[in-house]
Write a protein that binds this ligand. Structure first.
Ligand SMILES: [Cu+2]
Length: 155
């Protein structure tokens, strides 16, 4: 089979590029500790409601004025369902699931977490404008999935 020399050249450029990416990925993964974001710490999914701080889900104010929000997802609700924060509040969300996989998403904000049973995932966002923001589940979790909403009231 005859392969034109330009075609052969492009095949080798493609293979070389893949090789460079693979070496870079291996280097960063091993030596620089590169890892996918999230999955902060493990939690026993059968004991979520007896494991601090998820035994009392909700909002906590830190000494520096920022907030930690501990959420438990379970079909088909968020606990807490509503939090109220002041404008400018920096909130770190810690979310886990007591049952199945859920998605913790605040539309139009940079918060979009996959919530796996057995893991706590987190994200931080600063709410700079007043309003009511939805928390939606964006992973199909069962028959009532479309009604799984929470609210963040910023005022
Ligand atoms: Cu869902």
């Amino acid at each position: 089979m005859h392969i034109h020399r330009y075609e052969r050249l492009w095949i080798w450029i493609g293979v070389a590029t893949l090789g460079v990416f693979f070496v870079l990925l291996a280097y960063l993964g091993v030596s620089a500790g590169l890892a996918p974001p999230g999955h902060n710490w493990p939690i026993d999914p059968t004991k979520v409601y007896s494991t601090p701080p998820f035994d009392h889900p909700g909002l906590r104010r830190r000494a520096d004025g920022s907030y930690d929000a501990y959420y438990v997802a379970q079909v088909f609700s968020w606990n807490p369902s509503t939090i109220t924060i002041p404008v400018g509040a920096k909130v770190t969300f810690y979310v886990t699931s007591a049952d199945v996989v859920h998605g913790f998403s605040i539309p139009d904000k940079d918060v979009n977490l996959e919530i796996m049973p057995g893991w706590v995932n987190s994200a931080t966002h600063t709410f700079r404008t007043p309003g009511t923001f939805l928390i939606v589940c964006n992973q199909y979790c069962g028959i009532g999935h479309q009604g799984m909403f929470g609210k963040i009231i910023v005022k």
